[in-house]
Ligand binder design. Structure first.
Ligand code: NAD
Ligand code: IPM
Ligand code: MN
Length: 354
């Protein structure tokens, strides 16, 4: 029997409600596929911060490193500044483990209603490939005259040719592997940002030359935001910088029905380090503790984890079970127009897996 060690960080808010449902699903497929998951739960997050003054302990990265993968719920608490929570827990893991490819699929499942009028199930099938270790999120900057009336903040974006090139190659390879529209859309803003985005564009042209079988387009990020609404069916793989793709992936999540369906993978494609799987959404304090958060984004993220770990058949089964629950539509949380609880949705997925 193959044993896989999964570090689990449920985190804050609805993170603690969605993770148990993903674990139930993983345990079910493990049983069927003669696998065993050893879940190592880490109680890091806001409560840890209230007790110990930090979101995760010193040495946390060393504790995670030996794991096969990391499953994360959500981070963020209304009583702690977001830059403290996220720079204390989520973002350092992405960087420490060089998880440079953040993969965020958006598929309009049959049975789910898009807020857009035109697209029907299957019409939207895109994936946002987000550069996840540099760009606008580089931890480079500082303060002058902090907390004084004349205070100055400097936050510097860092774009390296290596960073641009490796995420773009990853996107082109994905377009080949998906074998759908075989198209990569690059997101830029070189009309205003005459250094970083010019490097981005030039690198895109150079990489594209190695993939003559893949169609390309380059879109300014503002136009891309519009086109995600106007012609979402036209997109296949979309590659963008850290901040641009963060924003676009909330749009892609909602046009396929809900933040509660948006899964993601933070990948280290070199496999030197563990990759991390988490829903795109946050701790959703407005619905936390009510038992109504949609667990499907986290369950689908666990499915992406299975895929990454090479347990491909089980991954397909999880996706199919989620698709089947959505197609029937009887068991759904309020974000999808239903009345079911988080746990009832988890149970419905388990029943489809049976
Ligand atoms: P959010 O994603 O938590 O919530 C946005 C809206 O979507 C809310 O109305 C919420 O109720 C709804 N929603 C989100 N996930 C849902 C689900 N699974 N089912 C049903 N409805 C869902 O974003 P926010 O409100 O901007 O941020 C809340 C906190 O989470 C902040 O502290 C923020 O920094 C943090 N955050 C963390 C992550 C992460 O951990 N990866 C991601 C985004 C935001
Ligand atoms: C996401 C989140 C994070 C990000 C925040 C919480 C730092 O919004 O994963 O999309 O911007 O990367
Ligand atoms: Mn985001």
């Amino acid at each position: 029997m193959k044993t896989l060690t999964i570090a689990v960080i449920a985190g804050d808010g609805v993170g603690t409600e969605v993770i148990p449902q993903a674990k139930r699903v993983l345990e079910k497929v493990a049983h069927k596929h003669h696998l065993s998951f050893v879940f190592q739960d880490f109680d890091w997050g806001a409560e840890h911060f209230f007790r110990w003054g930090q979101m995760m302990p010193a040495g946390a990265i060393d504790l995670l490193q030996p794991c096969d993968a990391i499953l994360l719920g959500a981070v963020g608490h209304p009583d702690i500044p977001d830059h403290t929570t996220l720079n204390g827990l989520l973002l350092p893991i992405r960087r420490a483990f060089d998880q440079y490819a953040n993969v965020r699929p958006a598929y309009l499942y049959p049975g789910v209603k898009s807020p857009l009028v035109r697209p029907k199930g299957g019409d939207i099938d895109l994936v946002v490939v987000r550069e996840n270790t540099e760009g606008e999120y580089a931890p480079v900057g500082g303060w002058v005259y902090r907390h004084q009336p004349e205070e100055v903040a400097i936050q510097t974006s860092v774009f390296t040719r290596r960073g641009c090139e490796r995420i773009m190659r990853f996107a082109f390879e994905m377009a080949r592997q998906r074998n759908r529209k075989r198209r990569v859309s690059s997101i830029t803003k070189s009309n205003a940002q005459g250094y970083s985005m010019v490097l981005w564009d030039r690198t895109f042209q150079d990489v594209a030359a190695d993939y003559p079988d893949i169609a390309t387009e380059s879109l300014l990020v503002d136009a891309a935001a519009m086109n995600f609404i106007r012609r979402p069916e036209s997109f296949d793989v979309v590659v963008g910088s850290n901040l641009f793709s963060d924003i676009l992936s909330d749009i892609s999540a909602i046009i396929v029905g809900s933040m509660g369906l948006a899964a993601s993978a933070n990948l280290d494609p070199s496999r030197r380090f563990p990759s991390m799987f988490e829903p795109v959404h946050g701790s959703a304090p407005d619905i936390a503790g009510k038992g109504i958060v949609n667990p499907l984004a986290t369950i689908l993220s666990a499915g992406m984890m299975l895929d990454h770990l090479g347990i491909t058949e089980a991954a397909r089964e999880v996706e199919a079970a989620v698709a089947a629950v959505l197609a029937v539509g009887e068991v759904a949380t309020p974000d999808l127009g239903g009345k079911s609880s988080t746990e009832e949705v988890g149970t419905a997925v388990l029943e489809k897996l049976a």
